[in-house]
Write a protein that binds this ligand. Structure first.
Ligand SMILES: NC(=O)c1ccc[n+]([C@@H]2O[C@H](COP(=O)([O-])OP(=O)(O)OC[C@H]3O[C@@H](n4cnc5c(N)ncnc54)[C@H](O)[C@@H]3O)[C@@H](O)[C@H]2O)c1
Length: 377
């Protein structure tokens, strides 16, 4: 019999929609003991919260997240707010004994992340962070290939996350939608926003990072602040590149920017190993590029695997072989794995503790860029 997992979601922007869609879809495609119920959504504006609840099927609303956490009819709190609220909400939710699904990055910095880990571990509540790219089938498939040793020893890991939406100097910082440009709300710029995704995937696929050296740049030094109406200094990183050593001896090269004209959300990764290489590109997310040196010399070449077959990760839950799924399905997979973990008792990653590792790399990257040196993670 299905056990309800009563969700209380805080924040109803981009991720609020992505998560709500996932909660609504998951039980149609995955056989689960625990199934999400959209119990309540919390937003500060009552009318907007009501409209959101109606669109997505939430049973009730709250306008103060503390009231949502205090409710007896909520099992799990989903944190979809800007980064500066993750810690306070997560700690309060843990203290109230709620399970927590928290958006990434885990926190504004390592110190906050450590407090959050201590809180969920003390309370013994299930927890997960929404690094959803792990659950795009082609990326999950890459993990399988690496774990099976198909690439052999890994030499290089390369990842980019490129956007172009903040090039205009007229774009203000702060407030609804533009909090990503305000370090008081975001913690950092592309490092915590975009590179955090690349780092999470890298740690999962290729293991720990031991040290980093980075450079960051803020191209537009002052922007009008939406909340004060005044021109204020911009303190986020608009672009960040870093080199690193992985603990397995491979070398890493990461780049992210919001100033790569022509790119909207170009997340790419490439891994070069002893026997083969793989490449993946978010703009073509159902394909995994694959090169196997062990093929006969005259047949050797890059192949493009359409990751839509029944024996590819997650794909037997969807349509028939050959038919692709998209971005939103990575969130459905995350909900499915989280629900499954409640039945098996085996945590679904990345947990808060796993995501603290990503936070440590982000902090080391920012420190290295500020001090122009190498930093141990
Ligand atoms: N996993 C991913 O791929 C991904 C993608 C985008 C954003 N994110 C993360 O998700 C989080 C939210 O980002 P977003 O793009 O959805 O932002 P958004 O601006 O679209 O939505 C943020 C929401 O938080 C609400 N909010 C702010 N303060 C609040 C408060 N005190 N009480 C209740 N609600 C409050 C806002 O009203 C808004 O609804 C961030 O941590 C971000 O880094 C993750």
């Amino acid at each position: 019999m299905s056990k309800p997992l009563r969700i209380g979601m805080i924040g109803y922007g981009f991720m609020g929609r992505a998560h709500s869609n996932a909660y609504n879809r998951v039980a149609n495609f995955f056989k689960l003991e625990h199934t999400p119920v959209l119990q309540a959504v919390c937003a500060r504006d009552e009318e907007k919260a009501k409209a959101f609840a109606e669109t997505w099927g939430y049973k009730s609303i709250e306008t103060d997240w503390r009231k949502l956490i205090a409710r007896d009819d909520i099992d799990a709190v989903d944190i979809c707010t800007p980064n500066n609220l993750h810690k306070e909400i997560a700690i309060a939710a843990a203290q109230a004994g709620k399970m927590i699904l928290c958006e990434k990055p885990l926190a504004m910095n390592v110190a906050e992340g450590e407090e959050m880990c201590a809180a969920v571990e003390k309370a013994g509540v299930a927890n997960i962070v929404w690094y959803n790219y792990r659950r795009i089938p082609a990326v999950t498939f890459a993990k399988q290939l690496i774990d099976e040793g198909k690439l052999g020893r890994i030499f290089h890991y390369r990842a980019n996350f490129l956007q172009d939406w903040t090039i205009s100097a007229d774009l203000p910082q702060g407030g609804q939608g533009l909090w990503r440009l305000d370090s008081a709300a975001a913690g950092s710029g592309v490092t915590g926003d975009l590179l955090a995704h690349c780092i999470d995937t890298a740690l999962w696929l290729n293991g720990g990072i031991s040290d980093v050296t980075a450079m960051t740049e803020t191209f537009i030094k002052e922007r009008k602040h939406t909340l004060t109406g005044k021109m204020e200094k911009v303190t986020i990183d608009d672009a960040c590149s870093f080199l690193c050593h992985f603990q397995n001896g491979s070398l890493g090269l990461f780049e992210s920017t919001r100033y790569a004209r022509g790119h909207k959300a170009l997340y790419t990764l490439e891994i070069n190993g002893e026997f083969g290489s793989i490449k993946w590109d978010l703009h073509d997310l159902h394909r995994l590029q694959w090169f196997d040196y062990r093929d006969a010399g005259n047949l050797r070449g890059w192949s493009s695997i359409h990751v839509t077959d029944g024996d590819h990760p997650y794909m037997n839950k969807w349509w028939v072989p050959g038919l692709a799924i998209g971005y939103e399905h990575s969130f459905v997979h995350q909900v499915a794995d989280f629900c499954e973990s409640l039945s098996t008792g085996k945590p679904a990653g990345p947990t808060f503790r796993d995501s603290l590792e990503t936070q440590k790399v982000c902090d080391a990257v920012l420190k290295s860029a500020a001090e122009h040196n190498w930093q141990k993670v």
